[in-house]
Design a protein around this ligand. Structure first.
Ligand SMILES: Cc1cc2nc3c(=O)[nH]c(=O)nc-3n(C[C@H](O)[C@H](O)[C@H](O)COP(=O)(O)O)c2cc1C
Length: 166
């Protein structure tokens, strides 16, 4: 694993997101990973920031709401394709996705949330802000398309501590 900069990977991230990535979170005794397709990368508060959106219905929400960190693992070589499919439809409430998918958590010193060994591009983030979407502030178009069931997202802003690449 080598450490790389945000500018070097931004294009890759934008290209990979539609294929899905694994958002992994650990808090106390709870560990879970789920597929995400939406995220933004950029610079806020003079920090490199990755934001992820987690709906309240997800088991991941139950974990990340108390967490200090998260990771996002991409699979540019496609090795996580099957795991990304399973983790995008099954819930950690009902299964241990690590065991079921044969994926391996890797822990870094000082960061509670592991990344997924089988990925090849990882963002390691410290949560610096979170905010629930306010329905009345959303455009009608987005509200009608994505939130007809009132299952809103909470947005987590992660300060990017490390970007690791194989
Ligand atoms: C390609 C893809 C992208 C997804 N992106 C998101 C996302 O950005 N945010 C979200 O809350 N759910 C997203 N989902 C849905 C969750 O991955 C799915 O509901 C998962 O089963 C939740 O697992 P959990 O209950 O263990 O948290 C996505 C699913 C797929 C297949």
């Amino acid at each position: 694993m080598k450490e790389i900069t945000l500018a070097n990977v931004s294009e890759e991230v934008i290209n990979q997101l539609p294929k899905g990535a694994l958002l992994t979170v650990k808090s106390k005794d709870k560990l879970n990973t789920m597929t995400i397709g939406w995220a933004t990368i950029g610079r806020v508060w003079n920090k490199p920031i990755l934001t992820v959106l987690v709906r309240f219905s997800r088991y991941t929400h139950e974990v990340i709401k108390d967490a200090n960190t998260f990771t996002v693992s991409f699979s540019t070589d496609g090795k996580l394709k099957e795991a990304i499919a399973v983790c995008g439809k099954e819930s950690g409430r009902n299964m241990d996705k690590f065991q079921e998918c044969g994926i391996t958590p890797v822990y870094i010193d000082g960061i509670e949330s592991p990344y997924i060994a089988e990925g090849d591009l990882h963002f390691v983030c410290k949560i610096v802000y979170k905010n629930t979407l306010e329905p009345e502030l959303l455009s009608k178009e987005i509200k009608d398309q994505w939130y007809r069931d009132n299952d809103y997202h909470c947005i987590y802003f992660g300060e990017i501590m490390k970007i690791l690449s194989k």
